[in-house]
Design a protein around this ligand. Structure first.
Ligand code: SF4
Length: 386
């Protein structure tokens, strides 16, 4: 990192950084997002959690629906987890939704339904990290606290020429210290919004629009032609591949779903029953695999009769941050009654079209459901056979 004493170019930049950012934000920043122009910590918190790892355009309809259904923290705290997961369905990173629900319950139970104003206390709540706590505290309560999300790290790395992957503890510590040293004495909401806006609009990951940037005359990355190189990328590792066979077990116009455990991927969502290959490798579609799938389906659907057929369908791949998941769906038809109504307890349920439409499903499972017309009341509308 460059020397940031006040006599150096970086030092003089640091001295005017906040003022220039606030002036730029006032003229060119975003002012009309649905979660702006409020000091309501509940609304600010909700938007901040949704915006973690998700783009503004995707978040807006979810944010609006959430507020319609849960207008305040008490409404969210008292809602069943299934309702929260169903409204979150499609936004991804589902631990955010579980933490959101838990956090609302803690705010109601331990803080009288009011979000704490101090960033350190906020950061003790479920799902709220240091940067999110600072954003909530700055927007809702004018707190003197620095944010440091991915966008801010990119801006700081470029403007101040910080080398090294920002995910390493050493670089992250350096960036926190810099972010805190840059904070203005007042106008924290405008400054915080400016940091977010600069990273999200001008100084994006792709081609930054340096000509419009308030720091183009001082930015180290721009001056040295390293906009594409900074921030330093994460050292590359091969992405692991995982495989799973999922069963679409149908009986009487309903499909069997299982609720996933709270921990692990898609925790708390409803999904199709699955069989993971014992070796971790993709298994060949042979007689032994079909025997095991049939036995698993038969055990799960025992109350609905015997397995009549097992048909492989086109697979799909879902990319997570840390691995790629290959799903291979199988359509299982049971010889059971023409109607199936029973639920099999809180962890398994035979869902009809309306039940599938209302359930919180992970997006690849929703794709399978849609492609197979599971949500359509009639049978015989299947597509995607392998
Ligand atoms: S000058 Fe370019 S690279 Fe530097 S902060 Fe501005 S937009 Fe980003």
């Amino acid at each position: 990192m460059n020397d940031s004493s006040n006599d150096s170019p970086a030092g003089s930049l640091a001295g005017t950084f906040a003022e220039r950012l606030i002036a730029w934000q006032a003229e060119h920043g975003r002012h009309d997002l649905p979660w702006q122009n409020t000091r309501d910590a509940y609304r600010i918190w909700l938007s901040e959690i949704m915006l973690q790892q998700t783009q503004v355009a995707t978040v807006i309809p979810y944010y609006t629906r959430f507020l319609e259904r849960f207008p305040d923290v008490a409404a969210l705290a008292s809602a069943p987890q299934d309702d929260v997961m169903a409204l979150w369905s499609g936004l991804g990173y589902y631990s955010r939704a579980r933490n959101l629900h838990r956090c609302a319950q803690v705010v109601v139970a331990e803080h009288g339904g009011r979000f704490p104003s101090d960033p350190e206390t906020l950061a003790t709540l479920p799902g709220i990290g240091r940067s999110t706590a600072a954003a909530i505290a700055a927007f809702a309560y004018d707190a003197h606290a620095a944010i440091l999300d991915g966008n801010v790290k990119r801006v700081l790395a470029r403007v101040f020429g910080i080398e090294g992957f920002p995910g390493t503890p050493k670089i992250e510590r350096e960036m926190w210290a810099l972010a805190e040293s840059l904070l203005p004495r007042s106008d924290l909401p405008a400054y915080t919004q400016g940091m977010m806006d600069l990273g999200a609009t001008l100084c994006g990951r792709g081609k930054p629009r340096c000509g419009e940037c308030p720091f183009d005359s001082d930015c180290v990355a721009h001056a040295t032609g390293r906009e594409r190189v900074l921030p330093t990328s994460k050292p590359r590792k091969a992405q692991p591949e995982r495989y799973v066979d999922v069963l679409v077990i149908r009986s009487g116009g309903r499909v069997l779903f299982e609720r996933r455990p709270d921990s692990g991927i898609w925790g708390g969502l409803w999904s199709l029953p699955e069989l993971t290959p014992p070796t971790g490798e993709r298994e060949a579609d042979d007689a032994s695999l079909r025997e095991r799938l049939t036995a698993h389906a038969a055990a799960l659907g025992a109350t609905q009769g015997a397995v009549q057929s097992l048909v492989p369908l086109h697979g799909l791949t879902h990319v997570f941050t840390h691995f790629r998941l290959h799903l291979r769906p199988w359509l299982v038809t049971l010889s059971g009654p023409s109607t199936t109504t029973q639920s099999t307890g809180s962890q398994r349920a035979w869902l009809d079209a309306a039940g599938v439409a209302a359930a919180g499903l992970p997006s690849p499972i929703r794709k399978i459901a849609d492609a197979l017309s599971i949500v359509s009341p009639g049978d015989g509308q299947l597509c995607l056979p392998a």
